[in-house]
Design a protein around this ligand. Structure first.
Ligand SMILES: Cc1ncc(COP(=O)(O)O)c(C=O)c1O
Length: 367
């Protein structure tokens, strides 16, 4: 028997949304008949321009790509007007979360996040032998950022806040966030994860603040997995002080982001129409879905981002029943949330299939 590290027992396992293959095998449903609204992916698929470009680039996969992805970094520099030495690209923003823990935490150091924050932070903190400090949230999962200051100790090294948060959709306004950031000692890294920020208003982001200030401890995390529709390419990026970028480069594997992924994302940055279309779809569909839910007396949490929560005292059972019909939504039990489940906003057709099946289940459980 292998003698594993002691910390392995302390690590909460990250439970991802079920894949189409999973569901197809479990319930004998053809993949094309499955409606997957469980992982906050973009239902419009990838931008067509990226698909075409990847086909033409496939002939080059015999070569190793540039170690730091310089060509994509320069495109990001141009797009955001942030020097490329302040940008790091990772194998999804997930990889960057893990690496940020590894560059900051010594065994036993403390890392702060909120209770219902994106679960991967907790897995990565524990995998780096950090001590997890979780802050309770208020009614409807509202986070009070002032509580963060009360939890700071001598050995606090890193703070994670997703804005908006997944799975709760809770959003902290920019002024409150800036006030918090300015009170945090510069030796503590503060990571603001903006994976879903493109679904909200442009000026909700902290990017302008990042550009204007020279804070040495602020990291802003972004991803190509959500509004860009490229979750399968696995590319995330962060804006960070140069010292942090250098530390990340020091510990990275020689090539962490594949060639086609780097190239595909360069093209994605030109697809403004696709982003706009994706954003409008979510806005329009959320309004329509919420009207239907209200009409049927169903409580929901709107949140920011391409997903919403539905209140259901039998959430576990409802999620299982829907799954057996090929409609996959997200059970929040791994978060300790029993009375809500999470639904990604799909296409109009997908949302209708979900609503039809869900409302049928509800009327059955009443009757
Ligand atoms: C808040 C948040 N951050 C980061 C990620 C990780 O995304 P990726 O690794 O695909 O970039 C997710 C994925 O669901 C997320 O919800």
């Amino acid at each position: 028997m292998v003698d594993f590290a002691n910390r392995l027992n302390q690590i909460p396992e990250y439970v991802p949304g079920k894949s189409i293959e999973n569901i197809s095998e479990k319930w004998g449903i053809k993949p094309e008949n499955i409606v997957k609204l469980a992982s906050n992916e973009n239902p419009l698929g990838p931008p067509q321009k990226v698909v075409e470009f990847l086909k033409s680039e496939a002939k080059n996969v015999n070569i190793y790509p540039d170690r730091i992805g310089i060509s994509l970094l320069k495109k990001l520099e141009e797009y955001y007007s942030i020097p490329h030495n302040n940008i790091f690209i990772g194998n999804g923003s997930s990889e960057i979360v893990d690496m940020l823990c590894r560059i900051t935490l010594n065994p036993g150091d403390s890392a702060i996040t909120f209770k219902y924050e994106f679960a991967l932070y907790k897995t990565c903190i524990k995998a780096s032998d950090g001590e997890l400090v979780e802050i309770e949230t208020g009614e409807k999962f509202k986070r009070n950022v002032e509580k963060v200051l009360k939890e700071i100790r001598g050995n606090t090294k890193i703070i994670f806040i997703a804005n908006p948060n997944n799975p709760t959709g809770d959003f902290i306004n920019k002024d409150k966030m800036i006030k918090l950031i300015e009170k945090i000692p510069e030796k503590i890294l503060i990571v603001i994860d903006e994976a879903y920020i493109e679904y909200s208003e442009e000026d909700y982001s902290l990017l302008d603040y990042f550009k204007k200030t020279i804070r040495k401890n602020l990291v802003i995390l972004r991803t190509f997995s959500k509004i860009y529709g490229l979750a399968g390419l696995r590319v995330g990026y962060c804006f960070a002080p140069e010292k942090v970028v250098r530390a990340l480069r020091k510990i990275k594997l020689p090539v962490n982001v594949p060639y086609l992924s780097q190239k595909g994302c360069e093209i994605a940055l030109q697809c403004e129409d696709f982003k706009e279309k994706s954003k409008r779809l979510v806005e329009r569909e959320k309004k329509r879905i919420f009207k239907i839910l209200e009409k049927n007396g169903i409580e929901y949490l709107e949140g920011k981002g391409n997903f919403y929560l539905i209140k259901d005292l039998n959430a576990k059972k409802t999620v299982e029943r829907l799954e057996s019909k090929g409609v996959v939504v997200r059970n929040l039990l791994p978060y300790g949330i029993e009375d809500y489940f999470r639904v990604t906003v799909g296409t109009e057709k997908q949302n209708d299939i979900f609503l039809k099946n869900f409302l049928k289940e509800k009327s059955k459980s009443k009757g």
